[in-house]
Each structure stands twice: as C-alpha cells, then as structure tokens.
Write a protein of this length. Sequence first.
Lengths: 116, 116
Amino acid sequence: MNANSQQVLKGSLSVIILKLLEQRERMYGYEITQKVKELTAGEMAITEGALYPALHKLEAEGLLTTETEVVDGRARKYYSLTKTGQTEATGRTADLLAFMQHLQTILNPNAFKPAL
Amino acid sequence: MNANSQQVLKGSLSVIILKLLEQRERMYGYEITQKVKELTAGEMAITEGALYPALHKLEAEGLLTTETEVVDGRARKYYSLTKTGQTEATGRTADLLAFMQHLQTILNPNAFKPAL
DNA sequence: TTTAATACCTAAAATTTTTAGGTATATCGA
DNA sequence: TCGATATACCTAAAAATTTTAGGTATTAAA
C-alpha cells in the first residue's frame, strides 16, 4: 500500500500547491515538500523533480509570483498566489474534489448516496 | 468545474477498470465507457484513446484475459480479471483510496479527523 | 570531517493521456 | 433509402506530467 500512495496522483500536484498557498500567503519549494510530508504523516511525498517544474509552470501561467530571500546563508524562493492564482485555486480545487467524488462512486459502489 | 472533472485523473484509469471488473465478471471496452458515464451521471468520461491502450497493457501484464464474441454482427472483446488481476484490483484500489484520503487532508485542512 | 539537512535546479526517460484520426456494422429518423 | 447516430474496435503523433538521476551550494550535527 506504500508503493503507490507514496506518490502524487498525476495531475493533482498543481492543485496541491495552489491550495497550500491559499492558506499561507507564501511558501518556498522545500517547505512545500516538508508540509506535505507533515500533513500526511510521512505517507505521501512529492519529489523535487516534479515540484520545481510545476512551480515554474504556475509562475509562467501567471498564477504565482516569487520573491527571493536569503535565510541563514541559503537562498529561499518564496511563492505567493496572484489574483488570478486565487481564482484558479478555488476553481481547480472544486474540479479535483468533484472528480474525487466520482471516483469514490466508482470505487465504492455500495456506498450510501444521500439525495440532493 | 466541468473542464477538468470531465476527464479521468491520470493514473486512476487502470484502477477504475480493475474495480469495475471485480464486480462484474466480464465487460467489453465500449461497455466500460458507458458504465462510467452512467455511474457519474454523465459528468465523467473516459476516452477510447486512453481506454484501449490501458486494457491492452493490463492484459499484457497478465491481469486481464479476453474472449471475443460477435453480438448483432459486431465483435465484442470481453475482459475478465485473472487470479493475479483480482489480487491487484484489491491492492491498487486500497492504494488509490489511501492516496485520496491524503489528498483530502491537504485540500481540506479544517476537516475533522477522527482518532485511529 | 564527513554526513545529513536545507535549498535550489535541470534533463533524459518513462508513463499516461489527449487529440485526431481510421474501420465496420446496426439502428433510427426523415 | 439515405444519412446520421450509436455501437464497437483500433492506432499513432503529440502533449503533459512524473520519475529517475543527477548537479550545486550552505549549514548543522555526529
């Protein structure tokens, strides 16, 4: 059960980034990797090889801005949501949650489904 | 909210296939596309361009076997779980559900978390 | 002083999906 | 009866994302 759940489901990484930033005003890359580990009690890890390209893409799309700061002799690149990023964070989170609900329905066909 | 939830989250397609077959002894490709639409009230669709390669891969991995039948003048290729396929279906479903739980935790940080 | 942790990065390869076709038969409506 | 839609299979190029496997540099701990 570890082999797979250890890894991020393809496509969800950008949503994870946006959602974490929605609650925190700013974070730097390494901090994101640690926060995900912390939130999932070490059961989920995001690799830096996936994270950094994802951050750069979100920045290029105008959803994130950056500011670099040197702390303890090491450079940190802080990312924050832009206005557009805030909107996208909301929308993409809703998309992903909707998708997950559908997936639940398929994976757990005996589940109780409350009426609308 | 439709653009994304319309599509299958990368990586979950093979689990969806295995899980559907776990409950149904056999299904053919087209039937799978229809069943997913039905289960999600038309909100989720899997494309044939993704489905058929996925089916062929699972068969090549020894998780599925096939039998072809002609019904109403059209050939249907029925897929069933092998013994290994049954084991994998259980394992991969557990993996995906575990992952989804972690994702919930990240996306919904204010949620109530019951103790173990 | 060497290892681990912090902190950033890239590039090739692998995987999976999207997009965009193709073939063929049956059914339904005009 | 003709054309569109539904059924039913398929492939291949391109795109997107992740994995794997590195690289650099500073600080803290063993």
